[in-house]
Design a protein around this ligand. Structure first.
Ligand code: FAD
Length: 347
């Protein structure tokens, strides 16, 4: 189900030793760096041996400073943490953030700018790239050399090797699922990267106030984040109603898993849009992906087929999901899930 395109003949595998300086746009929450942003640091560290990696954090108040402290020791390749402290950056709005990236790029002259391809990076990086007159390379899944990258095309059905030949900086969004963060152990950075304040005195504040943060509508849940969960339980249109979808939620709770949904389930109003997995939803690659009543449309597969183990339950033996599943059960989810709920031990 995955075709790897042959690299263009003129693309030779680069030694990666060219010196580079990379700026990572990072998100933080509650004083910690988000796991997805750490993946961007992992990606940045593979750009070249002589690459110096800087992380840009923005926001205001004590949680920003706490996040900067935790960033300072987050990865051995990090050489500095840049902090932009202003209430303009309290929320990740594209307009102020892209102006900030433009400013920091002008001050630091980075060869690369990286963000993960979640809603934060997809929102900010293209706008920042436009301000810098750069064409960004998006959805990178592999870094071959400082200017050679692999990215999916045709909804993930082929992988394309591209070489960036534009002006500096080379701007990338990377898929966090392709640059996993090693488990926190003794290999944290032993020496602390220096933390510096970004000089915001020349920031053109007048042009950044066109959009305004109003509120965040998000499901208040104890469940793990869909983008970084080890187990994801997904339900499709076959669930038929929001009430029935609770079966998926109960199973996820028992397994300590995140809940996912197909676009059909989202469009039918069973669950909010933030749970959509796929080409136009979230890209996930958990250890275990359980799909119930999901047909396996190409746009859904684009978001989950890199999962380590895929289990599918569908009453149609010819459903395309079985072509990517490691374990498949032809059955009725309304019988299978209650059975599982009964047999799985209480948490
Ligand atoms: P269906 O295709 O209707 O499949 C339902 C399945 O449930 C069937 O296979 C059926 O056999 C099975 N079933 C029915 N009853 C039961 C039962 N009782 N027990 C077990 N199995 C049962 N889709 C996404 O998911 N994510 C995306 O990001 C996405 N982006 C898209 C972008 C574009 C541009 C387009 C055009 C489409 C996109 N789609 C996306 C939609 C996608 O093409 C499919 O329509 C969608 O994934 C189908 O969802 P589904 O599998 O829930 O529904």
């Amino acid at each position: 189900h995955r075709i790897s395109s042959t690299p263009f003949p003129f693309l030779s595998k680069s030694s990666g030793s060219r010196s580079a300086s990379t700026l990572v746009l990072a998100e933080h929450e509650g004083g910690s760096i988000k796991a997805q942003s750490l993946s961007a640091v992992v990606a940045a560290s593979s750009i070249g041996e002589n690459n110096s990696v800087s992380m840009l954090l923005a926001g205001s108040g004590s949680s920003l400073l706490k996040a900067a402290e935790s960033a300072a020791t987050c990865h051995p390749s990090l050489s500095q943490v840049l902090v932009a402290d202003s209430d303009k950056f309290e929320y990740p709005l594209a307009e102020p953030w892209s102006k900030l990236v433009q400013l920091v790029q002008q001050q630091g002259g980075y060869s690369h700018v990286i963000a993960t391809s979640g809603s934060f990076g997809k929102n900010i990086l293209p706008r920042a790239a436009a301000l810098l007159d750069i064409s960004p390379v998006t959805d990178v899944v592999e870094i071959i050399g400082s200017h050679q990258f692999v990215r999916p095309i045709y909804a993930g059905n082929a992988l394309c090797t591209v070489r960036y030949t534009g002006a500096s900086p080379c701007m990338l969004t990377v898929r966090s699922t392709s640059f996993p963060v090693p488990p926190v152990s003794g290999d944290l950075k032993s020496d602390r990267a220096p933390i510096s304040q970004v000089d915001l005195s020349t920031l053109d504040e007048d042009s950044i106030g066109k959009s305004r943060y109003i509120k965040l509508l998000s499901e208040d849940t104890e469940r793990p984040d869909l983008g970084s969960a080890h187990i994801v339980v997904t339900g499709g249109r076959a669930l038929k109603s929001a009430e029935n979808f609770k079966l998926i939620e109960k199973l996820a709770e028992k397994l300590g898993a995140a809940v996912g949904a197909t676009r059909a389930a989202v469009d039918a109003g069973f669950v909010p849009n933030e749970l959509q997995v796929g080409q136009t939803g979230k890209i996930v690659a958990p250890e275990l992906y359980l799909a119930f009543g999901v047909s396996g449309a190409i746009q859904h597969l684009a978001g989950m087929k890199d999962s380590k183990v895929i289990v599918a339950v569908n009453k149609d033996a010819d459903a395309p999901i079985f072509q990517v599943a490691d374990y498949g059960l032809v059955g009725d989810l309304f019988e299978v899930i209650p059975d599982l709920l009964e047999k799985l031990p209480e948490k």
